[in-house]
Design a protein around this ligand. Structure first.
Ligand SMILES: [Zn+2]
Ligand SMILES: [Zn+2]
Length: 318
């Protein structure tokens, strides 16, 4: 029983509700457990890291001073080239990247781009010229003008892609993750723009893409088949888990772990070894079991999210 539970017991004794105090009776099935595994830095692929993972003193959002892993990433997967993203001609039948809409993923083909006005029931969508060439951002200036929140009007009706070569091959990122995750005493932490976790190839698992603004400018911020794309601020980052990044399978058939959330809880694939998806996840998309403690299962690739919120405390450097 942890300190938090003991404090709750004292409170219950005070108010005479002793029966609730034998074990962690006040913890529901989805609440973080006491037997919480530590983060395992060995899961990260060395090629995605800039040097070894180290430990550093950090302060959790609840005020506790503890130890965090400091993970510095190179911002490019070491096992593959990113992309492709946008098709170049509407007659191009091959699949470039992918797009997400309404909980589903769609192959980005020339045909898909040609049919956007129908797909979105909006005649303003027209990402190609009379010769069938698709408007693709093909320079750093173009990609940054099109990928910013207030899209440059000159780059409306573009398929947007950026290249890692604009950013020295990758945007270096530093993540602090508590070695031993600590559940928030109450409530949950909201998912912001700084990412929700790190995949084992060192690529950030980002918060939802701002698809409302992207679509309002009649742009397609193309993802590659791995659910990632590039911008100047975040470099290459994931918005969907499609099974590309390294994972560690579980001996008991549970879904494989694909990364850690910024609060230190494991982020697992959606489906287990038999293809079954978990039921009864909490609003953060987490639940607990005896082997993994509290952990998250990422959403399906079309949902434009990984997890709904943070159950644990995040750390900042001291
Ligand atoms: Zn993005
Ligand atoms: Zn699970």
């Amino acid at each position: 029983m942890n300190m938090q539970s003991k404090q709750r017991c004292l409170l219950f004794v005070t108010i005479g509700a002793l029966a609730a105090c034998g074990s962690d009776a006040t913890d529901g099935p989805d609440a973080p457990t006491d037997n919480q595994p530590a983060v395992d830095p060995a899961h990260f692929v060395a090629g995605g890291l800039k040097g070894a993972i180290t430990t550093t003193s950090c302060t959790l959002s609840g005020g506790t001073t503890t130890t965090c892993y400091k993970i510095v990433t190179v911002g490019a997967p070491s096992n593959r080239t990113v992309g492709p993203f946008c098709p170049t001609k509407i007659t191009d039948g091959s699949v470039a990247g992918m797009w997400i809409e309404g909980g589903k993923t769609y192959d980005l083909t020339g045909d898909f781009i040609a049919n956007l006005a129908t797909f979105y029931n909006d005649t303003k969508w027209k990402l190609y010229d009379a010769a069938g060439n698709i408007n693709v951002t093909n320079s750093q200036v173009a990609c940054e003008a099109a990928a910013r929140p207030d899209v440059d009007p000159a780059y409306q009706n573009y398929c947007v892609e950026c290249a890692l070569s604009y950013y020295g091959g990758g945007v270096e990122r530093t993540f602090l993750i508590p070695v031993n995750p600590v559940a928030r005493k109450s409530g949950t932490g909201s998912v912001g723009m700084g990412g929700v976790g790190v995949a084992f190839d060192g690529i950030v698992l980002d918060g939802p893409a701002p698809v409302t603004a992207i679509k309002a400018a009649h742009t397609i911020a193309a993802f590659d088949d791995c659910g990632g794309h590039i911008n100047a601020h975040a470099g290459y980052h994931y918005h969907a888990a499609t099974g590309c990044s390294p994972s560690v399978t579980a001996a008991d058939g549970h879904a494989a772990i694909i990364g850690y959330a910024l609060d230190g809880y494991g982020m697992y694939a959606l489906a287990d070894a038999s293809g079954a998806e978990p039921t009864g996840l909490d609003n953060c998309r987490g639940h607990s079991d005896g082997t993994r403690g509290y952990h998250y299962h990422v959403a399906s690739a079309g949902e434009n999210m990984f997890i709904g919120c943070f159950k644990g405390e995040q750390g900042t450097a001291n």
